[in-house]
Ligand binder design. Structure first.
Ligand SMILES: [Zn+2]
Length: 334
């Protein structure tokens, strides 16, 4: 029930804005303007964004002065900013939730009244279209734009991206070197008697990081290389663990054994189904964990390849106003 008390949920219920509870983010049109409240629980703050564009420079300058006065009148506001597309207020967390919801809604009302009174609009930040505009989170910040402008942005990003050189060989060297950290961890954890396969995750993450540092840009070939390097390193780790286990066992019975004796004996030991099964199980768990770890990298790299940047659609804007729906509505009214 405590969820019902959450301020963003209350505002969502009162305004029809959409709550993304997982990301503590509230987004949607309110009084014809696109608002977003991002709750930064760690820093006990809200970030209140409102998308507002106006072609007149004097109106934009006046908005900056209005925000200055607005901050002066609301001591909870820590900072303000307007970049020509979106105004952002950094607001101190308010307790209890009821008061927070009321205070934030009041701020939205006041901002909306000013913005609408001065012909500010929430529209595509590049061409000014108001319908079919979506909000994206890019690595460089938010982008509020229509499909055409988003496409254009993507083409440009792809051109820029092509100018960053990618060195496959250097990348593979980086992946191998960095993944050795995970290999060492795997062998050590195995000697301590724990499930070493958790290191499969470390191997994969380190392989991708190593590739990025040495190869500069993660290309499609780079992703394939990283996955292959990670797989091989998991196999190598399992085999190295087996060899060390054999070496340790031999040392209990014979004084004069070297690690090479264990390496030679390892293939023979694997003919024993029970031993093979135990090490194969570790290997499979390691590979599965590695696959989980690499999922985000593969997804991001695919997006970079396809559209030139990594993006997340935060909000799907309104569709065209000239739809049948509006005609229906006006007919109902008459
Ligand atoms: Zn546009």
């Amino acid at each position: 029930m405590s969820g019902l008390k959450y301020e963003l949920k209350q505002i969502a219920q009162n305004t029809g804005m959409r709550l993304d509870a997982q990301n503590f983010r509230l987004v949607g049109y309110y009084r014809d303007l696109l608002f977003m409240i991002q709750h930064d629980r760690h820093n006990k703050q809200y970030l209140l964004h409102v998308w507002a564009k106006n072609d007149l420079p004097e109106e934009r300058a006046q908005l900056e002065r209005y925000l200055q006065d607005f901050q002066a009148g609301n001591p909870q506001i820590l900072s303000r900013q307007y970049n020509g597309n979106v105004a952002t207020l950094q607001i101190q967390q308010i307790k209890p939730a009821d008061e927070a919801a009321a205070a934030l809604t009041q701020m939205m009302d006041q901002l909306a009244a000013y913005l609408l009174g001065h012909q500010f609009r929430s529209c595509c930040q590049d061409c000014g279209r108001e319908d079919g505009v979506n909000l994206y989170l890019l690595n460089s910040g938010y982008y509020f734009g229509c499909d055409d402008c988003y496409q254009h942005l993507s083409e440009q990003a792809k051109v820029n991206q092509q100018q960053v050189p990618s060195n496959l060989v250097a990348g593979i060297v980086g992946a191998v070197l960095f993944s050795l950290i995970g290999v060492v961890l795997w062998v050590l954890i195995n000697r301590l008697g724990y499930i070493a396969a958790i290191s499969g995750l470390v191997i994969t993450v380190c392989a991708f990081k190593g590739f990025e540092i040495f190869g500069k840009r993660l290309s499609t070939a780079g992703i394939v290389a990283c996955v292959l390097v990670s797989l091989l390193m998991c196999v190598f780790s399992t085999y190295a663990s087996l060899c060390w286990d054999i070496y340790a066992a031999l040392q209990e019975y014979f004084l004069d054994v070297g690690i090479m004796d264990a390496v030679q004996l390892a293939p023979v030991m694997l003919e024993d189904g029970e031993i093979l099964g135990a090490y194969a199980r570790d290997l499979i768990i390691g590979i599965v964990l590695g696959a989980v770890a690499s999922f985000g990298y593969v997804r991001n790299a695919y997006q970079m390849h396809k559209q030139g940047f990594v993006s997340n659609k935060v909000f799907t804007g309104r569709r065209s106003n000239t739809s049948v729906g509006e005609e229906d509505q006006s007919m109902n009214l008459s």
